[in-house]
Design a protein around this ligand. Sequence first.
Ligand SMILES: [Zn+2]
Length: 164
Amino acid sequence: MIRRCAQCRQPTLLPVSRRMQVYNSVIRYKCDNCSAEVDITPAASIGVLTMVGVLAFSFWGWITFGRGGEVSITSLSLFAAAVIIFSLIAFAPLAKHFRNPLVKAGARNCPPLDAGGDHIAKRPILWVERLGYFAGLLVPVVVILGVLGVAALIGYINFTYFSN
Ligand SMILES: [Zn+2]
């Protein structure tokens, strides 16, 4: 996990610490050469965020524009503004990946989590964050399918054993 520093262009950006945020962890990198510091969000978490946004905007778009009626300028510009703001939020952490690209994966392990951060979803988040960006994209879909599957199972059991 060594990255190339965006400041001095040397492959000397090393992970120094890791802490939990609300929906993901963040790894702090520090450059051995120029002491620049940068916070990198694991790519899988950015993938999860991207897909949650895509699903949310699809749902919003379907409700607002899916019925084929008149589309007002207000609802259209509100939708467009939200898409733009979301894209900026989602792609800012992704841009750091490109500006500080990995030079050696696994050469130095991920630092342990900072103590004291008792996060309710620490384990599933850390598990997901071992994946890559594109696997992260699939995580919300898998979760939704899982929830629907459990709901269908409960409905089936309810219908089969408890009806009449
Ligand atoms: Zn540097």
